[in-house]
Design a protein around this ligand. Structure first.
Ligand SMILES: Cc1cc2nc3c(=O)[nH]c(=O)nc-3n(C[C@H](O)[C@H](O)[C@H](O)COP(=O)(O)OP(=O)(O)OC[C@H]3O[C@@H](n4cnc5c(N)ncnc54)[C@H](O)[C@@H]3O)c2cc1C
Length: 413
């Protein structure tokens, strides 16, 4: 028996990054034991359809799973679902479980992702929802019926996707945003305003710069008698359904006494190592230095593609670490997409409301355009609506930190 085959890798978080880590461990030849632990009762599933095809009713649950039940056998992993990790003891190399069990490890991968951010003044209830999990989507989907008054707090990508899906199901949808435009911090006010306009012309009432106070009816109980939301000025808006879509927070509470550095995510080094030893992390929960963007000391990325790539990279480093081999730094040009109505927003690289923006294709009063994000003349990202080739083509320019001029000439010159 080889030394590797006696080793045990525990992966905590049974979603995209966790499953991809397990798959990559096997693909890369790891023959030891692998245990996948997840607090959700469901086997790993895909989140993007939850706000789109699944919520719309176009896809059933069988299209949302990441692997069919009978496809797990060749992976040869122990699956423990419905039980949360409650602590990590790096001295004893043990994951403590909420059911009082413990699992020893030779290497552990933290892939606990994010949870929906909550607002104390908007407690969940029969008419007040979040959307992060399949359970959330199962609860929300039947509420989006023809004629239902839907109020969405927060014009982030998930809020906007749900707005589009709900309008297409015949709902009367209002999106409430505290900032002057949707997505101000992530893509800036002018682009955010354009996205808002694209929603308005498709039937969403997007109201920006508004301040909400709380729910009407229902109080802070979980009763189903919520009838709307109240604004800071005392006015109200009727609602049959309220979606609180105000972002996500990393699931790191269970690491409180682990000694790891936790700061809006698990802080890792460039090899995605959290403790410089055998604790690694992958996916939405990770904060790490991405060498493609040295202007950002560390970053955390909540994108599907990043969770997949990091799962593969972490598997490689786990195997290397257990085999006493050198590790490989992980860097990437993040990629993201968002489907809303008949248009798809795509982002290659990084974008921030603080970056310089240049329209490089189309115009901001049309439904097809691309915008470059740069700092000090260096390209950081390209966001496109209806320009997939251009966005994909931008990857090489962002990866090598090309100048804005070179990027524009290369993409549209
Ligand atoms: C509705 C929705 C739509 C999206 N659409 C897009 C899109 O269009 N494009 C895109 O690029 N990205 C999209 N995303 C983001 C994408 O789904 C995430 O980036 C991806 O799911 C991250 O995977 P992850 O495995 O890192 O984390 P997660 O998917 O968050 O999974 C983490 C898992 O760990 C579990 N967990 C947490 N704490 C513990 C614990 N203590 N013990 C055990 N298990 C624990 C969680 O319950 C969860 O199952 C969307 C996300 C959502 C919610």
């Amino acid at each position: 028996m080889s030394a590797a085959s006696t080793r045990h890798v525990v992966v905590v978080g049974a979603s995209l990054a966790g499953l991809r880590t397990c798959e990559a461990l096997r693909q890369q030849g790891f023959t030891g034991a692998v245990t996948l632990v997840g607090d959700e009762p469901d086997a790993p599933y895909n989140r993007p359809p939850l706000s789109k095809k699944f919520l719309a009713g176009a896809w059933g649950e069988e299209r949302v799973v990441l692997r069919r039940a009978d496809d797990y056998a060749p992976l040869d992993i122990t699956q423990k679902y419905g039980v949360a990790a409650a602590g990590l003891d790096t001295g004893r190399k043990v994951v403590r479980l909420a059911d009082s069990g413990e699992i020893g490890y030779d290497a552990v991968v933290i892939a606990t992702g994010c949870a929906a951010r909550t607002l104390p003044t908007f407690p969940l209830g029969p008419r007040v929802h979040h959307l992060r999990t399949l359970a959330d989507a199962r609860r929300l989907a039947p509420m989006l019926v023809d004629g239902a008054k839907v109020v969405i707090l927060g014009a982030g990508f998930i809020g906007l996707e749900v707005a589009a899906t709900a309008v297409e199901k015949g709902c009367r949808v209002t999106v409430l945003e505290g900032q002057p435009a949707p997505l101000v911090r992530s893509i800036g006010a002018s682009l955010g305003s354009r996205i808002a306009e694209m929603h308005r012309t498709r039937g969403v009432d997007v109201r920006c710069g508004v301040s909400v106070k709380g729910l009407v009816g229902g109080g802070t109980s979980l009763a189903g008698d919520v009838t709307g939301v109240e604004f800071a000025d005392g006015s109200t808006l009727d609602a049959d359904v309220v979606l609180v879509g105000v972002g996500a927070v990393p699931n790191v509470q269970w690491l409180a006494n682990s000694g790891l550095t936790v700061q809006d995510g698990v802080v890792c080094n460039e090899d995605l190592q959290a403790d410089g030893d055998v604790v690694f992390a992958a996916g939405d929960v990770v904060r790490w230095p991405n060498s493609v963007f040295p202007e950002e000391p560390t970053m955390r990325v909540e994108h599907w593609t990043n969770a997949t790539e990091q799962g593969v990279a972490v598997a490689r480093n786990v195997i290397a670490r257990l085999g006493g081999q050198p590790l490989t730094a992980f860097s990437t040009v993040p990629f993201f997409w968002s489907d809303q109505f008949d248009f798809r927003v795509q982002l290659m690289g990084r974008a921030s409301g603080d970056d310089d923006t240049t329209v490089i294709e189309g115009t901001l009063d049309s439904d097809v355009f691309a915008v470059a994000f740069s700092r000090g003349g260096t390209i950081r990202g390209v966001l496109g609506v209806g320009t997939p080739k251009l966005v994909i083509g931008a990857k090489q320019f962002v990866a090598r930190r090309a100048t804005l001029d070179e990027t524009v000439a290369g993409l549209v010159g």
